[in-house]
Design a protein around this ligand. Structure first.
Ligand code: SF4
Length: 146
């Protein structure tokens, strides 16, 4: 209907850049409050493979990029062994903000709950519709749920 205000659940996202901005301003669940920033997916919009992890870790939260910490090294090795260049893949997470709890000065990873996964799914759906990968690989239980 003309004149209807945009729905918060349906932001106007037409590019990965717009998507990253929308994710950064997302408040659909509480996880944005304690994270440094949203961590958008990364890779070319024509990627054939989409790899979906659970959520950003401590290093990813600070860098604002997915799979740059220890998990990134494991992923790089796995891609190398499979003969797939990381540049040909789109890597992302089911949940875009880092969920953690403080243990002293350390931030310890905490698994996102079903509600957080469900609320964040809109961004993964946008990534899939923009990249249109032929293969989506879920890395772990959370990604498989999303
Ligand atoms: S984790 Fe996802 S749903 Fe929650 S605030 Fe961040 S981007 Fe939004």
């Amino acid at each position: 209907m003309n004149g209807e205000p945009p729905q918060p659940d349906q932001p106007p996202v037409k590019s990965l850049r717009q998507l990253a901005r929308a994710e950064e301003s997302c408040t659909r669940c509480p996880l944005y409050r304690d994270a440094t920033q949203a961590v958008p997916g990364e890779g070319p919009s024509y990627a054939a493979f989409m790899l979906v992890g659970e959520q950003p870790g401590d290093k990813e939260d600070i860098a604002g990029r997915p799979f740059v910490g220890p998990a990134g090294r494991v992923l790089d090795q796995a891609l190398h062994d499979a003969g797939i260049a990381r540049e040909q893949t789109f890597v992302t997470n089911a949940v875009k903000h880092f969920k953690h709890e403080m243990r002293g000065k350390r931030r310890l990873h905490k698994r996102p709950n079903n509600d957080e996964i469900e609320r964040c799914k809109i961004w993964l759906d946008f990534e899939r519709s923009l990249v249109r990968p032929s293969t989506v690989i879920a890395l772990g239980v959370t990604a498989a749920r999303a």
